[in-house]
Design a protein around this ligand. Structure first.
Ligand SMILES: Nc1ncnc2c1ncn2[C@@H]1O[C@H](COP(=O)(O)OP(=O)(O)OP(=O)(O)O)[C@@H](O)[C@H]1O
Ligand SMILES: [Mg+2]
Length: 342
């Protein structure tokens, strides 16, 4: 499949290779160590883990770590994504279903609308939410207590998160590119799961071209395995690996010269507190209306993207009529809750 982005997600294939425990999770030593200590301490105190924010480029393991947290905390994982939450009410059903120690995983949390984000403030801080039962003169607000859950947020664009939201996470981990030896270990493990044999030289070859990213390494392995199978080769050798990489258009010279390659949009995604984040924040502020609403653009706006974006802004303005105040947002129950239990 020449031309396809090596960063593209393939959920079914990725789940096959996803580490099921911290022992199987390779690399990211600092993040893993910090998480393991925090999890151990929380379990000892019989408390929920602090809210966790993972930032880092696509394919580095954010979703995998969110799942591992739920597994280690022996809680249920509930998954949703920032862009599908259209109003605070969309979260009420899920939040009220959470049990002690459950994990609410919000992927792409930088793409949440501001009033959805603000609605989460009291949920994260005080474990309670306020709901408008009716609108108009007869309107009344009730406060619902929540169980002690852990919110795990994942973002490829940490610089776009608002400071009040970011400040509500107790644990912030930034995932880094993987050095080649870690990718060799990941490839060797993946080959074992896929029941294919790869020699060391070929594993190094793929690792060197995998742009520091496990998702890319696994994707190349899959293609190389196809070539080996077609050739009825028992093992992936250097010759087969080279042939497959050429077929999928991976330029070895460039990969070796430049090291890890940025995925599309990475220039806007990298790290917090840097120039690109400042650009992102300015852009986001530019798209706030006076009530602080926002709709965050996709990393790579497509031609004509103004049309859906304008709609999204309109939607967000409508949602704001529910009466959002910074840090004290309420949800009006509109009967549109989405259940996101996995
Ligand atoms: N440390 C690791 N060890 C082994 N496999 C890994 C590791 N990190 C990621 N992977 C594998 O790489 C693939 C992508 O990982 P994951 O889905 O967790 O990335 P992500 O950071 O959530 O990406 P995105 O930003 O696109 O959502 C999965 O198949 C996962 O199993
Ligand atoms: Mg993910």
């Amino acid at each position: 499949m020449p031309g396809a982005s090596p960063y593209e997600r393939d959920p079914k294939f990725e789940d096959t290779l996803r580490p099921g425990s911290f022992d199987e999770f390779i690399g990211q030593k600092k993040a893993v160590q910090n998480l393991q200590i925090a999890i151990k301490a929380a379990r000892k105190r019989k408390e929920a883990l602090d809210h966790v924010l993972f930032s880092g480029l696509p394919g580095l393991g954010k979703t995998t770590l969110a799942r591992l947290i739920a597994f280690e905390m022996k809680g249920q994982l509930h998954t949703t994504m920032g862009p599908i939450l259209k109003r605070p009410g969309d979260l009420v059903g899920t939040l009220t279903k959470l049990e002690d120690g459950d994990v609410l995983f919000i992927d792409e949390c930088h793409r949440m609308l501001a009033d959805v984000e603000e609605f989460l403030y009291t949920a994260m801080e005080d474990f309670q939410i306020s709901i408008n039962m009716e609108t108009g003169m007869a309107g009344r607000t009730i406060t619902l207590p929540l169980k002690r859950f852990t919110l795990v947020g994942a973002t490829t664009r940490e610089g776009l998160l608002s400071e009040p939201f970011r400040a509500r996470f107790g644990i912030l981990e930034k995932l880094e590119w993987y050095p080649s030896p870690d990718l060799v270990r990941i490839l060797t493990r993946s080959a074992r799961i896929l029941k294919t044999e790869i020699d060391e030289e070929s594993a190094h070859l793929l690792a060197d071209r995998a742009r520091g990213t496990p998702r890319v390494a696994n994707r190349y392995l899959r293609r190389v395995r196809d070539v080996a199978e077609v050739k009825s080769a028992k093992k992936i050798t250097r010759a087969i690996a080279l042939e497959a990489l050429e077929m999928i258009g991976v330029d070895g010279r460039r990969a070796r010269r430049d090291g890890p390659q940025d995925p599309p949009g990475a220039d806007q995604a990298r790290g917090s507190g840097r120039a690109q984040d400042a650009v992102g924040r300015r852009r986001r502020r530019g798209r706030h209306d006076r009530r602080g609403l926002r709709a965050v653009p996709d990393p790579e706006p497509l031609p004509g993207a103004d049309v859906p974006r304008a709609q999204s802004d309109r939607e967000s303005r409508e949602a704001s009529r529910n009466g959002t105040r910074a840090g004290r947002a309420t949800a009006t129950v509109l009967g549109t809750e989405s259940s996101m239990k996995n």
